[in-house]
Design a protein around this ligand. Structure first.
Ligand code: GDP
Ligand code: CO
Length: 395
C-alpha cells in the first residue's frame, strides 16, 4: 500500500505526534523498486511486509449485544494472518448471546481455516486469575467491571500471554467489512514505518455518512471528537507555547499499539480509554511529570494518525450515548495532572453548556486501570492456560 510520508511532527518531550497521513492507494501491487523521487514523499509498504506484521497482530473485538450480522461482517474483514480475540460482555440470561457469538465465530473459523479466541468479560475464572495475579483494580464485586476499556485490557493481557507483538482494537458494530480491512492495513503501515518499538496508530475516518432528509451527507467530524481534540490540543499548546491542532483522533476507537507500549500505560474505565491512552502517553513520556519508563523515554513514543479511505458507518446509539462519551472523555483531560486551571475552567464551561454538568459540579474522576505490566504474566499463564484452551476456537 502507498501512504503519504509523515510530513509534520509535533514533539511533546519523548512523544512524537505525527500529523494526519493520507492513504494514497490501498493496494500498491507487486513488489517493485521505488524511485528516489517517490521515496521523498511516499512510503510504499510491500504486501509481504504487511503479512509479517499481521502475523504478529492480535485484533481485539470488544462486543456487547451487537447484531450478529455486523459481528460476522467485522470478522470477515480481519486479514487472515491476524488472530482475533473477541471479548464479549453480552447478555447470557434467557437469550445467551455469548453462545450465538461463539457459534458465529466457530463457523467463521471452520470455513476460513483460522483460529480465534472468545472469552466473556464476566467469566469467574478470568476474574479469579486476575485477582490472584495482582490485578484486582479491574474487578468489582468479584468480577471484571462492565466497560469497553475493561474488555480491551483483557484483550491486551491475552495478547501478551500469546507473545504477540501488536494489539489492534476494532469495534464489533462496524457496517463496512472493507473498512475493517482498511483499518488493519493502516495499522500495519504505521508499524512498518515506525522507528521506535513504542508505537500507537490511530485511524481517523475520512467521512462519517449521516442519512438526512436530503439524502446521504458525508460529515467530516463528530461533535465529541471535535471537543476532545480541542482540549487536548489546547493542553499541548500551553506546554509548548505554540498553538497546535495536531491531535485529530482523540476518540478514535479504531487504533492499535505495539505491546511494548500497550503494557506500560494506564487505562481509564468505561468509555474514556481512547482519550486516556493519549493522556497517559503525554503524562508518562512528555517530560513534564516524572518519567515512567526510562527505556521508552530513550527510544521515544511515536503516534501515527492515518486517515481512512472508507467511510465510518456504525450502529447509531442515540444522543444519550453521545453524552455518555463526552463527559468521561473531557473528565480525563480535566483530571490530568498536566491540566492547568484555565483549561479546567474551559472544560467545565463546555460541559455546562452541553448540560452535562451542574453549575457547581466538578467532573468526576474516571476510574483507572493500572498498566497491564503490573500483572505477573507467568502467574496469569498458569491460571489461564487451561481456560484459554477452552476458549480457543480451533480450525
Ligand atoms: P462508540 O462506537 O464509540 O459509539 O461505542 P459503542 O457503543 O459502539 O462501543 C464500541 C464497541 O465496544 C462495540 O463493539 C460495543 O459492542 C463494545 N462494548 C460496549 N460496551 C462494552 C463492554 O462493557 N464490554 C465489552 N467487551 N465491549 C463493549
Ligand atoms: Co459504535
Amino acid at each position: 500500500m502507498r501512504i503519504e510520508k509523515t510530513r509534520y511532527t509535533e514533539r511533546f518531550g519523548a512523544v512524537k505526534i505525527n500529523e494526519v497521513q493520507k492513504v494514497l492507494e490501498l493496494d500498491s501491487g507487486r513488489r517493485s523498486e521505488s524511485s528516489r523521487k517517490e521515496e521523498v514523499a511516499v512510503d510504499k509498504i510491500e504486501e509481504e511486509e504487511m503479512r509479517d506484521i499481521e502475523e504478529m497482530m492480535t485484533v481485539v473485538v470488544p462486543i456487547r449485544d451487537e447484531k450478529l450480522k455486523l459481528f460476522e461482517g467485522v470478522l470477515s474483514g480481519i486479514p487472515h494472518n491476524c488472530l482475533p480475540i473477541v471479548i464479549s460482555n453480552s447478555q447470557r440470561g434467557k437469550v445467551d448471546r455469548l453462545k450465538m457469538e461463539r457459534d458465529t465465530l466457530e463457523q467463521f473459523c471452520h470455513f476460513t481455516q483460522r483460529q480465534a479466541i472468545i472469552a466473556h468479560q464476566k467469566d469467574f475464572e478470568l476474574a479469579q486469575a486476575l485477582e490472584r495475579c495482582g490485578y484486582s483494580e479491574i474487578l468489582e464485586e468479584g468480577l471484571v467491571r462492565d466497560g469497553k476499556s475493561e474488555g480491551m485490557v483483557i484483550g491486551i493481557l491475552l495478547a501478551l500471554l500469546l507473545k504477540k507483538k501488536y494489539v489492534a482494537f476494532i469495534d464489533a458494530d462496524n457496517y463496512i467489512p472493507g473498512a475493517v480491512l482498511e483499518h488493519i492495513r493502516n495499522f500495519a503501515a504505521g508499524f512498518a514505518t515506525a522507528r521506535s518499538p513504542y508505537v500507537m496508530v490511530r485511524n481517523l475516518w475520512h467521512y462519517k455518512p449521516k442519512i438526512e432528509e436530503e439524502g446521504l451527507y458525508f460529515k467530516k467530524w463528530g461533535r465529541i471528537s471535535e471537543a476532545s481534540n480541542k482540549y487536548i490540543n489546547s493542553l499541548i499548546s500551553t506546554k509548548s507555547g505554540f498553538d497546535t491542532e495536531v491531535v485529530k483522533t482523540a476518540n478514535s476507537g479504531e487504533h492499535a499499539m505495539s505491546l511494548e507500549l500497550a503494557s506500560i500505560i494506564p487505562y481509564a474505565s468505561g468509555f474514556a480509554s481512547e482519550v486516556q491512552e493519549l493522556m497517559s502517553i503525554f503524562e508518562g513520556f512528555g517530560g513534564v511529570l516524572p518519567q515512567q519508563d526510562p527505556q521508552a523515554v530513550e527510544e521515544g513514543v511515536e503516534i501515527f494518525q492515518i486517515e481512512t479511505r472508507n467511510p465510518h458507518l456504525h450502529e447509531e446509539k442515540g444522543k444519550e450515548h453521545r453524552a455518555e462519551m463526552l463527559l468521561p472523555s473531557l473528565s480525563v483531560v480535566y483530571h490530568s495532572p498536566l491540566a492547568e486551571p484555565e483549561l479546567k475552567q474551559q472544560i467545565c464551561e463546555e460541559l455546562r453548556s452541553q448540560k452535562l454538568l451542574g453549575e457547581d459540579e466538578e467532573p468526576q474522576k474516571p476510574k483507572t486501570i493500572p498498566p497491564p505490566q503490573m500483572v505477573a504474566l507467568e502467574c496469569l499463564g498458569r491460571y489461564l492456560w487451561e481456560y484459554l484452551s477452552g476458549h480457543l476456537t480451533l480450525k
